[in-house]
Design a protein around this ligand. Sequence first.
Ligand code: MN
Length: 131
Amino acid sequence: MSKRRILYIEDNEQNFYLVNVLLKTKDYQVLWAQDGREGIEKAEQLKPDLILLDIQLPVMDGYDVAKMLRSNPDLNKIPVIAVTSYAMSGDREKALSAGCNGYIEKPIDPDTFLAQIDKYLPRADSGGNTQ
Ligand code: MN
């Protein structure tokens, strides 16, 4: 079975390294993009199984990234999870209306993070449909 791949679009190194360490304990392959445009490019090139999306990003913010992913027929089936600050509650509604499937709050909670990710990954035996 090949490793499942998660693309994390995040400009903050500390957030990336924490998530990378957590996901590697479950044998996921973690891909990193550091701004919105690089995120779109890597999604197109690498077709990850899931995308984690920071909202406050250089070049193109997370809302615009989500809208572009959703308008691309090659990418619009990939689950996109916004990673939003707890304080910025308005972010969540905006993230969902931009096309994200859900959100995870920052700061990342290492005790619950993997279970949250697991909810959004397509099951291997369900044809990839998460609806
Ligand atoms: Mn950021």
